[in-house]
Every structure is written in C-alpha cells, then in structure tokens.
Design a protein around this ligand. Structure first.
Ligand SMILES: [Zn+2]
Ligand SMILES: [Zn+2]
Length: 138
C-alpha cells in the first residue's frame, strides 16, 4: 500500500523531466544554423565563375535572390576565397547555373529579358510570351 504514492511521484517526475528535456532540445534546435529555415542554396562566384552551395536562411537568401548579381552583400566563395558569391539561377535555355539576374533586371522601365551569359539565350521562359504576369502584388 505505502509504495503506490511514491511510484506515482516518481512517474510524474520522470514525465516532467522528459517534457523539460524535449522543450529544451527543441529550443536549441531552432537556434542552430543547420535547423529550421536554413537550406542549401545555389550560389555562383562572380570572380571565378564556380557555382557552390551554402546553407542560408530564407531571410538571408531572399535579398540575394532578388538582387542577383547586383547584390550589395555577397557571400564568400569557397573556391577562390573572395566575397563574390551571388545567387545562382538555372538557365532555362542551357540549364547551366549562372548569376541570377535579380528582380531589377526583370522589372521596371525598359526591362529586358535577362540573357544567359553562357549561351546568350533568354535566362527565363518569361521572354517567350508577350506578357508574363509578375508575382501577385501584395
Ligand atoms: Zn570564386
Ligand atoms: Zn544558358
């Protein structure tokens, strides 16, 4: 008879410890660089033209992708060590990874379809149609 409450207390302590551990390890994970929003992204170096991958979070990647090769902030290239890495995009014509044209090259007055530096054909399928609807305005 006397043992039962002790067992219950031990059980509760174990459960509390488990929950505390789970909460703590969960919190740790979200702060780690490899966790959550960080993904491997395709980048390309403007200096040596080598493409590479780097883990980046959405909030780091988005501006790079938007600005493409005109990006003010560049990523260090693992091949040549220069800070010349920009977002890469796959050419729709030849399938090669080339520096992303960025939004500035695609929109605005006198916007031209970005051309692939390798095959000199349009980088995106956009160029084919007369009007490609841009992303839904928010
Ligand atoms: Zn490089
Ligand atoms: Zn191409």
């Amino acid at each position: 008879m006397g043992n039962k409450p002790v067992m219950a207390i031990v059980l509760i302590l174990v459960i509390v410890a488990c929950v505390a551990f789970m909460v703590r390890s969960g919190a740790k994970k979200s702060g780690a660089p490899a966790g959550g929003g960080s993904q491997e992204r395709d980048l390309i170096c403007l200096a040596c033209e080598k493409s590479f991958k780097a883990p980046m979070k959405d909030e780091e990647w988005m501006p790079l992708q938007m600005q493409g090769k005109n990006s003010a902030k560049k990523v260090k290239c693992p091949a040549c060590g220069k800070d010349e890495g920009v977002a890469a995009q796959k050419c729709a014509s030849c399938g090669e990874l080339v520096p992303a044209a960025g939004m500035m090259g695609m929109m605005g007055p006198g916007a031209k379809a970005p051309m692939c530096p390798k095959c000199k054909k349009p980088l995106t399928q956009m160029a084919k149609g007369p009007v490609a609807a841009p992303a839904q305005p928010k």
